[in-house]
Design a protein around this ligand. Structure first.
Ligand code: TXA
Ligand code: MG
Length: 349
């Protein structure tokens, strides 16, 4: 299959070009598109056959439900059987933006979207390109991250093409994604809303807005429990080489990481190190570094994270050692992705 390539300005996208991409979506085809978090792989969310091709292109397990993306807040009522008050509060505070709200679904939402669940995740993205595309397509758009299942999510059109060129009908390019990690997923069907996946809207922000938030046990590391966000059970976001994550107080983390690196080098291993700018300057010359940004700038780290993980596609290493960061704010989402990328191979400092 030939993958068409469209390029548009991120603030003022050409309507004609987006119209061509929207036309493909209307025909039941697959179009990858930018959002403020990561690139999504879109299909008409109410067309079962179109949605089925998303799972094929990504190699995604069929029990992992998809998010529906809408262009206007009012469209939620077409998909949700009931909109709890907490969901309204969250929508008013954070839509458009990096927040997915899980509500009870209406029958119009196909089983294949929800993996058979009676709930559906819905998101109104902030990206102008994403919203215009959805509006022109005239239907909710089902879109997981536009990567091969298990790989780091794409934050550029180039990263989408690395995984999916020849498997999808088109990609819309509007440059790099700003946030860099996926949306926060909040289940609003529980009496107290439950955080299922940390993301662009931080736990601190949710608590400030709602007063009280439950945290899915899977996020505190009890990953043997059945997750309520089914996607959380799969190894994910992973580079090709095995990765070990170092967690804890920063100076201790760096010392342990450097020790482990020296041991591995002495054993003749090719070693990668996914680290902060500060730590990069302390690495032995033989290490292949991938720098995610400055320790005090978690926004920068989130933006660069997946690109940094993907940089090991081009360097064959035997092992990657990753420096953990503080879980404050967006740090919780970054650490959640790093833990999953490491397959929970974690060293605590
Ligand atoms: O930022 C994002 O959310 C991106 C962009 C493209 O919008 N999309 C994305 O989709 O990350 P995906 O499919 O890679 O992740 C969706 C997550 C999965 O962990 C899935 O299990 C969970 O949301 N999810 C979807 N529907 C759900 C539901 N009804 N109940 C619980 N979890 C749900
Ligand atoms: Mg994903």
């Amino acid at each position: 299959m030939h993958t068409e390539y469209f390029i548009v300005d991120k603030d003022n996208p050409d309507k004609e070009i987006l119209g061509q991409a929207a036309e493909l979506l209307k025909q039941g085809k697959l179009v990858a598109f930018p959002t403020e978090t990561v690139y999504g792989l879109g299909a008409n969310g109410l067309d079962e056959e179109a949605v089925a091709t998303i799972f094929q292109a990504k190699g995604r397990p069929s029990d992992n439900p998809l998010i529906l993306h809408i262009a206007h807040k009012e469209e939620l009522s077409q998909l949700a059987a009931h909109i709890p008050n907490n969901a309204k509060v969250l929508m008013d505070a954070y839509w458009p933006g990096p927040l997915t709200i899980v509500v009870r679904r209406k029958a119009v939402v196909p089983d294949i979207v929800t993996g058979g669940l009676e709930t559906v995740g819905v998101r109104l993205p902030d990206s102008i390109v994403a919203r215009k595309l959805i509006e022109l397509a005239g239907t909710p758009i089902a879109a997981p991250s536009a990567n091969t299942s298990g790989r780091p999510s794409p934050t550029s059109a180039q990263a989408v093409l690395v995984d999916l060129e020849g498997k999808i009908d088109a990609v819309v390019d509007s440059g790099n994604c700003q946030i860099g990690v996926e949306s926060t997923v909040v289940d609003c069907t529980t009496p107290v809303p439950t955080l299922l996946r940390p993301g662009g809207i931080t736990l601190e922000m949710l608590i400030e807005t709602l007063g009280e938030v439950e945290i899915d046990p899977i996020l505190s590391g009890s990953f043997e429990l059945a997750p309520r966000s089914p996607g959380m059970k799969y190894t994910h976001y992973a580079p090709e080489a095995p990765m070990v994550l170092f967690e804890g107080e920063s100076s201790q983390v760096v010392n342990l990481l450097l020790q482990e690196i020296n041991t591995a080098l002495a054993e003749g291993k090719r070693v990668g190190a996914l680290v902060s700018t500060e730590t990069a300057s302390r690495l032995p010359a033989a290490v292949i570094p991938s720098i995610y940004g400055r320790r005090e700038n978690v926004d920068e780290i989130a933006t660069n994270l997946y690109m940094a993980l993907r940089s090991y596609d081009d360097h064959s290493v035997d092992v990657i050692y990753a420096e953990g960061i503080s879980e404050e704010g967006l740090g919780l989402a970054v650490m959640n992705r790093l833990r999953k990328a490491s397959g929970y191979r974690i060293v605590k400092g």
